[in-house]
Design a protein around this ligand. Structure first.
Ligand SMILES: Cc1cc2nc3c(=O)[nH]c(=O)nc-3n(C[C@H](O)[C@H](O)[C@H](O)COP(=O)(O)OP(=O)(O)OC[C@H]3O[C@@H](n4cnc5c(N)ncnc54)[C@H](O)[C@@H]3O)c2cc1C
Length: 399
């Protein structure tokens, strides 16, 4: 498998979903923990890059799944998809955890004394069976099975005793689906920082069992020593949902955090022009950049067709350029899909006050999906998942 294994169009995403949906029931539940290795048939969907950039949405994935299975039959798959939603909602209400991660990463980069150990772990030269293979697989393909991500993170933290934030950074720099919430909070979860005192310790037996015997590493840590961390911050409320006046002339900004704006801003929105942002600074590594670079043409074509408007590509988010483009299109406001905590949200926060002061406000619109699920991510995943069936029913996705 290589990064090219993820053809970066919405049509390719929908086709993968159609092929996978019949297997989202029992076949997924019983086979999902096994990582048979790259290029081998596996029970998982490999939809994450598409969902991460919202070429297809969680709602579409669960809709297609429940079109073929009852909720009890596809419960496991539905819950996995909702882990992504849960992590996003959790981080959205504790944005300082993202800032803490960035600070910790920078601190460790500058001060961790054993830089050679980091280099050897990233190059897959530790001599630990499996771990070394996953390090190389990640760099070459931009993808790792979920179980391999858990084993890798656990060995990085507890056996090699390397800083968790540098491991999370290594993932971000190579994953095609690199994501602020899923990555940071999953690394924190393995380290025991996310669920107080609960660590994830990989064992040789578990690895041998779920890699079909491909790897059986020896000498893994048997005790999980938790890294030092600052206390988890108090929950802060989600930013207020904003409605936009669909009858005003509007300019559309599309970002890599949501490449499916046609399902957010449908009729009667009067979109008179659109910019598609492809700023490499808002993405982490070459695998993610290569994927998103290809999706830009796809998004641009779809937006042009759906809204019957001219589109341009922006290689950096610059307020002056955006204002000029919006005014040239006769727009009184700029709309964009709400960007969750991460580099796109940071970039939007920088330009928003300038746009507002020039009288072309930037309005971030949240999807109904996020609006319904994110506020429920106040505690752990268990209480969150209890509420899933009711919300899916209210949204007309399950009976
Ligand atoms: C240490 C670590 C780091 C991770 N970093 C990322 C990351 O940067 N970006 C990312 O998208 N996912 C991340 N994950 C979550 C998960 O591993 C991937 O989403 C999943 O492996 C993608 O493969 P798939 O689409 O074949 O998954 P499937 O098993 O087919 O799952 C279906 C969908 O459910 C969602 N999903 C499944 N498992 C998880 C999970 N544990 N957390 C959140 N969402 C999940 C994904 O959208 C996925 O596409 C990480 C997990 C761990 C343990």
């Amino acid at each position: 498998m290589s990064p090219e294994s993820f053809p970066a169009t919405r049509v390719a995403a929908l086709s993968r979903l159609t092929q996978f949906a019949p297997r989202a029931g029992q076949a997924y539940a019983s086979g999902r923990n096994t990582d048979p290795g790259p290029d081998q048939p596996s029970a998982v969907s490999k939809l994450s890059p598409y969902v991460r950039y919202r070429l297809i949405t969680e709602q579409e994935v669960i809709g297609a799944t429940l079109g073929q299975h009852s909720l009890p039959a596809a419960e496991k798959y539905v819950q996995e998809v909702l882990w992504r939603t849960y992590w996003k909602g959790w981080l959205e209400m504790r944005p300082s955890v993202w800032m803490q991660f960035l600070q910790e990463r920078d601190r460790q980069r500058d001060s961790f004394p054993n830089a050679r150990a980091i280099r050897s772990a990233e190059a897959g030269e530790t001599g630990i069976e499996g771990f070394d293979d996953w390090a190389r697989e990640l760099v070459e393909t931009g993808y790792l099975h979920n179980h391999a991500r858990m084993w890798f993170a656990s060995i990085w933290i507890f056996t090699l005793r390397l800083p968790w934030a540098l491991g999370a950074d290594f993932f971000l720099r190579h994953l095609v689906d690199a994501d602020a919430a899923s990555n940071t909070l999953s690394w924190r979860w393995v380290a025991g920082l996310q669920t107080a005192g609960k660590t994830y310790l990989a064992t040789g037996d578990n690895i041998a069992r779920f890699t079909n015997g491909r790897f059986a590493p020896k000498g893994l840590a048997t005790i999980a020593t938790m890294p030092r961390d600052v206390a988890t911050p108090e929950l802060c409320p989600l930013p207020q949902a904003v409605l936009f006046d669909a009858h005003k002339p509007t300019y559309l900004l599309v970002t890599p955090d949501d490449l499916n704006p046609e399902s957010v801003f449908g009729a009667p929105a009067k979109i008179s022009g659109a910019s598609i942002l492809f700023d490499p600074e808002t993405l982490w590594g070459d695998n993610a950049r290569a994927f998103v670079a290809t999706t830009i043409n796809d998004a641009s074509e779809r937006v042009g067709n759906v809204f019957k408007c001219p589109t341009t590509v922006l290689d950096t988010l610059d307020a002056a350029t955006l204002i000029t483009q919006a005014r040239a299109a006769g727009a009184e406001q700029i709309v964009t899909s709400y960007a969750p905590v991460g580099p796109v949200a940071d970039a939007l926060a920088r330009v928003a006050p300038i746009l507002a002061s020039e009288g072309v406000p930037l309005i971030q619109v949240r999807r109904a999906w996020d609006e319904n699920f994110w506020p429920l991510a106040t505690k752990g995943f268990f209480p969150f998942k209890e509420k899933i069936p009711k919300i899916l029913q209210e949204m007309g996705l399950s009976r």
